[in-house]
Design a protein around this ligand. Structure first.
Ligand SMILES: Cc1cc2nc3c(=O)[nH]c(=O)nc-3n(C[C@H](O)[C@H](O)[C@H](O)COP(=O)(O)OP(=O)(O)OC[C@H]3O[C@@H](n4cnc5c(N)ncnc54)[C@H](O)[C@@H]3O)c2cc1C
Length: 477
């Protein structure tokens, strides 16, 4: 059916290429308007007015607007509650349908249901489609028809199901003659939505479709070594595309297609990470209770200390464990944390400091540029052993052993914990082991220049093991 006019509501899909909702709207309507809403329901909840994510979105929206304008269209940008603004805009433009891509977060699903109801009351259709994942909700199921709860069989079934059609791009540019001009044009400044510029540019984080493309081209030069380099935070191993996947400045189909076509161990390992992404979206969609509960309900009974002094030491990167501190300082300074370090820092908070995983998850959520509820919750519940297919509870990362293995010369540590720059390699993972003579020789005094360990790992590990075992026993009794 061809509608006269339609509106495409962009959310976490800020690109003008391979875009399911835009493609569908362009092919089914005579005139297509495009809009983005800076949703005050999301923005008002942010703790500061200098938020890299907001600036990232703003840059991406500007680039998208320019791409649309080149073809006679443009992005209508509104600021307010999306659940009211989108139906209002649809009424003002007189469209017959609003198109958007699926979102799987509980709050977004509730918002979309409200928008759908308001639009229906106006006689406007709300047409949504899959775009941000390869397979959603029930598309990959166990032989018995249930959703998977274990990753490896999910991944195998995912790979078996993958067909060329799943990676085919949704055509956009070919139908661009149907883009409608947005009406009166007005350049939107970050200040107009109440936010200030951040250090995004100074950090060299590329934004928008062009930024994603640059990162991808750079990564494709290195992808064959991904499996060898990805665990070493001092190396340029991963793609750094997570923030772009978060806001959809690049298509997941293109990334999976590139990895699949490339083949080899590096590309296959990277493809697995993209499958983890689909997996956690599927888990969140099926089990929205994971947002504030353990996937494994027995672990909701875990006892926590939630000591505010220890939590503050973790947040600020002064636990006395250099790799944990380097991870937290990387987070605080840049909004990015290497995957290995996310695992180490999360495990340390939960199993060494005995702080509820939900507090750590929230801290990451406030600061990660790539914060994504599905992946962040999945990652935290993995590290806390409360999640589906998580790290077994008795496998507790030793922060010193992790440091020796993955940052052997302490290069990453020294980058983020400069006070340890002159500590010899053999002590950089556990500087408290230096004798007073060693400390004098390198000019670093533990307790003055760098803190002593906030807990003893061996003792803290024992307490964690007992608590996890107790929680499981309670379930059995
Ligand atoms: C405690 C914890 C919290 C995390 N929080 C987030 C988060 O909020 N947002 C986020 O995107 N990732 C999160 N991750 C997963 C992972 O750490 C990041 O995706 C990755 O470090 C991003 O860097 P990259 O793009 O260079 O990754 P690459 O190694 O290049 O991976 C490519 C892409 O695969 C996806 N991916 C990789 N690993 C995972 C994973 N374990 N789960 C789901 N998707 C994955 C991401 O989209 C990533 O961009 C978390 C992991 C842990 C252990």
């Amino acid at each position: 059916m061809t509608h006269d006019a339609a509106l495409v509501w962009f959310r976490r899909d800020l690109r003008f290429a391979d875009h399911a909702a835009l493609s569908r709207a362009l092919q089914g309507s005579r005139a297509v308007y495009c809009a983005f809403c800076f949703d005050t329901e999301i923005l008002d909840a942010l703790p500061t007015r200098t938020d890299r994510r907001v600036e990232f979105i703003w840059h991406a929206a500007c680039e998208l607007d320019a791409a649309l304008a080149e073809r006679g269209g443009g992005l209508i940008v509104v600021h307010g509650r999306a659940r009211e603004e989108i139906p209002r805009l649809a009424a003002r433009l007189g469209v017959r349908a609003v198109h958007a891509n699926h979102d799987y977060e509980p709050a977004a699903k509730a918002r979309d249901a409200a928008v759908r109801a308001s639009l229906a009351a106006q006689g406007v259709a709300f047409v949504t489609c899959k775009d941000q994942v390869i397979f959603e909700r029930d598309e990959v199921r166990t032989a018995g028809g249930a959703p998977f709860a274990v990753f490896t069989p999910y991944k195998n079934a995912w790979l078996r199901r993958l067909a060329p059609g799943d990676l085919a791009p949704f055509p956009v540019a070919e139908h661009a003659d149907r883009l409608a001009p947005p009406g009166e044009r007005r350049d939107l400044a970050l200040a107009d939505i109440g936010f200030r510029p951040t250090d995004l540019g100074a950090l060299g984080i590329p934004t928008g479709m062009s930024g994603a493309r640059r990162l991808l081209e750079d990564f494709l030069e290195r992808i064959d070594d991904y499996h060898r380099r990805r665990d070493y935070p001092a190396l340029k191993g991963p793609s750094y595309l997570s923030v772009h996947l978060r806001f959809g400045t690049i298509s997941i189909r293109e990334l999976v297609g590139r990895a699949h076509a490339r083949g080899g161990r590096g590309a296959q390992t990277w493809l697995s990470e993209l499958v983890w992404r689909d997996f956690y979206f599927m888990i969140l969609d099926h089990h929205p209770r994971v947002v504030d509960h353990a996937f494994k309900p027995e672990f909701d009974a875990l006892e926590w200390d939630n000591d505010p002094v220890r939590f503050a030491a973790w947040c600020e990167g002064r636990t006395g464990y250099p790799l944990v501190d380097a991870a937290m300082r990387q987070l605080n300074r840049t909004g990015y944390v290497h995957n290995r370090l996310r695992m180490v820092a999360a495990s340390f908070l939960v199993k060494d400091l005995h702080v509820d995983w939900r507090r750590g998850e929230r801290y990451f959520a406030e600061r990660l540029n790539d914060f994504d509820l599905a992946a962040n919750n999945g990652g935290w519940q993995w590290a806390a052993s409360t999640g589906c297919d998580a790290q077994p509870y008795f496998r507790i990362f030793n922060p010193v052993a992790q440091s020796e293995r993955f940052d052997p010369q302490g290069r990453f540590i020294r980058r983020y914990v400069p006070e340890l720059a002159r500590v010899p390699d053999k002590f950089v993972h556990a500087p408290w082991r230096m004798t007073p003579g060693d400390q004098a020789a390198c000019g670093v005094t533990i307790g003055r220049d760098y803190p002593p360990p906030v807990v003893d790992h061996a003792a803290a590990r024992q307490v964690a093991l007992e608590r996890y075992a107790r929680a499981r026993r309670r379930k059995r009794d």
